[in-house]
Design a protein around this ligand. Sequence first.
Ligand code: MTE
Ligand code: MO
Length: 248
Amino acid sequence: MTRRNLIVTGVAATAGVAVAARLADQYGLIPPDSGGIYGPGESLTYAAQRLLTGSSLAREFPTSKISKSPYANGKPPADEIFTREQANGFADWKLSLQGMVARPATYSLADLRALPARSQITQLACEEGWSYIAQWDGVPLSHVLNLAGVLPQAKYVVYGSIPIKRRRWDSLDLDEAMHPQTLITYGMNGVDLPVGHGGPLRLRVPRQLGYKSIKFMTTITVTDSLKGIGKGRGSSVADGTYSWYAGI
Ligand SMILES: Nc1nc2c(c(=O)[nH]1)N[C@H]1C(S)=C(S)[C@@H](COP(=O)(O)O)O[C@H]1N2
Ligand SMILES: [Mo]
C-alpha cells in the first residue's frame, strides 16, 4: 500500500485515534502540542494533512480579487522601542537568524530587499472567521535558510516578534519553513508593509491560519526541539489554547 492509502484506510476504517497516533509517530509527525486532551486530535490533523496534502500550494488569486479594505487586526505596538524604530523609518530594524545553522546572520530591511523577491496574492484567514486577500512581497524564508545553511539535525524554525510586553512567537516544521510560499514579507499591495499589518516585517504562512503569520518579526531560530521554549507546545498561542498546526 502507498503511504496515502495506508493513512486513508487506517483513519477511515477505525477512526481510531490510537491507530492514527501510531502512524503519525512512524512518520515523525507528532506535533509539539500532542499532549493533553486535545493532543491525539492535533496529531491526527497534523499527520493526515502532511501525508495527504504534501507540498500542495495555497491558492493564489488574480489582482482583481485583492480586498479593497483589508482588516488590520489589533494595533501596532505602543511600545517605546517600536515607536522609536518607526519614527526612524525602520532603518535600524534587524532580523536575526540563528540556532542550528552553519552561518548565523543579521539582516536589515535593505539586506532583505536585495535578495531575490517573490510576490504572491493569497488569502489571510483568521481563526475568528474573517479573511482578506492581499499581495505580499518578500523573500522566501527558504532562501535565507539556505544562505545560512540549515544543519541536518534541525527540525523546526521558530520565529518571533519584537520583545514587546506580549511577545508573540511561533514555529513551523521544516516542510512548511522551506515551502516556496512561506515568505518573509516587507511589502503589501505594492507599498511598504503597513504597521497595521505587521510592518516592517512579517512572516506569511499562507497554508495556515492567520495567527501563524507573525507580525513585527525580529528573530528566526532553527532548532531540533521545541521542548525548552515556553511550555514546549511550539508557539505562544499553543501555550494557551490554540493548536500549533493550523493548516487550512
Ligand atoms: N506580532 C503579532 N503577530 C500577529 C498577531 C499579533 O497579535 N501579534 N495576530 C495574529 C492573528 S490572530 C491574525 S488573524 C493575523 C492578522 O493579520 P492582519 O493584522 O494583517 O489582519 O496576524 C497574526 N499575527
Ligand atoms: Mo487571528
